[in-house]
Design a protein around this ligand. Structure first.
Ligand code: HC3
Length: 397
């Protein structure tokens, strides 16, 4: 380790110690221990709006393995509440508890760790809680147009049920922009604090994407290693696709932490080029004026990609992929917008570049703040974005 790295590590350890002491003092000064704000992944409703950065206590129990194995239901928010309050109303509930399972997505008693792919395929679809499509259409070499229509509807429903925000309702909140003071409050955060904050927000968004993936017909029938491989390489891409849904092109702002935020809010991340590219991408995707159904199918296409690294059964992924491609072409044909297909494939290449840049930025940040990444970032974030070799280096440092 060079002297510079050693000094920076030493400074980081000191900062951590100070932060811990501060936190302990804060806890001691508070009468009720429950008042310490704890990070609640989207499994549980968030009790209050988080317009400004809250101090974060790292309690991140969720990993990809747990996410994939937990049999959960997503209840889209309803009613008249808006913004974060709506997001808070969106709760995950274990299907085991209430027995009121959703129509098709919950795989009752299904544990991929204990099931071989062969065993999964031999279970009749209805016993797994799946709709007829999944068994009849998915593995059929020549799917009929009814099958494809059902697949479109199924993917659209999965998208709707697993979105953090509803586009129509965010339209009404377009005026809710961060004030100058609020932007300054974000900008005055230290770099590691802001990284940690964004990592938590990003992980939150990824959890919804994992739920979406689980509801794509055919995804759960893939081997668990392949499900993980697809999520590792595709979940950030889908988050960026989803970002375009809640992006206001008039003032280049995105709905983040309960209000609309421009690039300047992310200044203390110190990766302006990456943030600018992410915002440019959102702009360019918005320009295509995709319908929600098109966004849903495009997201599925981004996730189910047989060219991803480390796939064990590429052929099976390819079979699911072919159906998703058919479904996307079908709705573009129906919408008389076939020319969009080529434009969407161009976006896939841009997404890949953005995600490579994201990983590079994380490597750069980790050089200076290895402890922050190691101890304060959500495990799911690390699992997705830090490579196994990097994790090894991180823990042996
Ligand atoms: C801004 C953001 C990417 C977009 C994320 C969106 C807006 C995506 C749609 C979801 O429904 C809601 C949502 C939540 C979090 C938003 C992300 C937070 C930070 C991330 C930036 C691109 C910075 C990347 C953060 C880093 C470098 C720590 O990984």
């Amino acid at each position: 380790m060079s002297k510079r790295q050693r000094d920076s590590l030493f400074a980081e350890v000191e900062r951590h110690q100070q932060q811990q002491q501060q936190q302990q003092r804060l806890q001691a000064s508070q009468a009720e221990p429950e008042s310490v704000p704890a990070y609640r992944p989207s499994k549980e409703p968030r009790g209050r709006p988080t317009h400004l950065i809250q101090p974060l206590v790292p309690t991140f129990p969720y990993t990809l393995d747990q996410e994939l194995n937990c049999s959960s239901e997503v209840h889209p928010y309803q009613g008249s509440a808006t913004g974060e309050a709506q997001a808070a109303a969106l709760t995950y509930r274990s299907s085991q508890r209430g027995g009121e399972s959703s129509s098709f997505s919950t795989l009752k008693g299904f544990d991929p760790r204990r099931s071989t792919p062969e065993a999964i395929l031999s279970i009749p679809g209805n016993e797994m809680g799946l709709r007829a499509f999944d068994t009849e259409g998915l593995f059929c070499p020549y799917p009929t147009s009814t099958h494809i229509e059902e697949l479109c509807a199924s993917i659209f429903r999965s998208h709707r049920e697993t979105n953090q925000y509803r586009v129509e309702e965010l339209q009404a909140l377009r005026w809710k922009i961060f004030s100058r003071e609020e932007v300054h409050a974000y900008q005055n955060k230290s770099m590691d604090e802001m990284w940690q904050h964004c990592a938590v927000r990003l992980t939150d968004a990824v959890q919804y994407v994992v739920e979406f993936a689980k509801r794509i017909p055919g995804f759960r029938q893939l081997g668990q290693n392949d499900q993980i491989a697809l999520l590792k390489s595709g979940s950030m891409e889908v988050v960026l696709v989803r970002m375009s849904r809640i992006f206001n092109t008039e003032n280049s702002t995105v709905f983040f932490d309960g209000k609309f935020a421009g690039t300047e809010l992310f200044k203390s991340l110190a990766c302006g080029d990456f943030i600018a590219s992410v915002f440019d991408f959102a702009h360019s995707l918005c320009a295509l004026r995709l319908t929600e159904q098109q966004v849903a199918l495009f997201s599925a296409l981004v996730l189910i990609n047989a060219d991803r690294p480390c796939l064990e059964d590429r052929d099976r992924v390819l079979r699911v992929r072919k159906d998703v491609e058919l479904a996307l072409s079908h709705i573009l044909h129906r919408d008389n917008q076939e020319s969009l297909l080529h434009k969407l494939y161009q976006k896939v290449a841009l997404l890949k570049n953005l995600c490579t840049l994201h990983i590079e930025k994380l490597r750069w940040f980790r050089q200076y703040y290895p402890l922050t990444v190691h101890s304060l970032f959500p495990p799911l974030y690390k699992e997705l974005f830090v490579s196994d070799t990097d994790i090894h280096t991180m823990v042996t440092l």
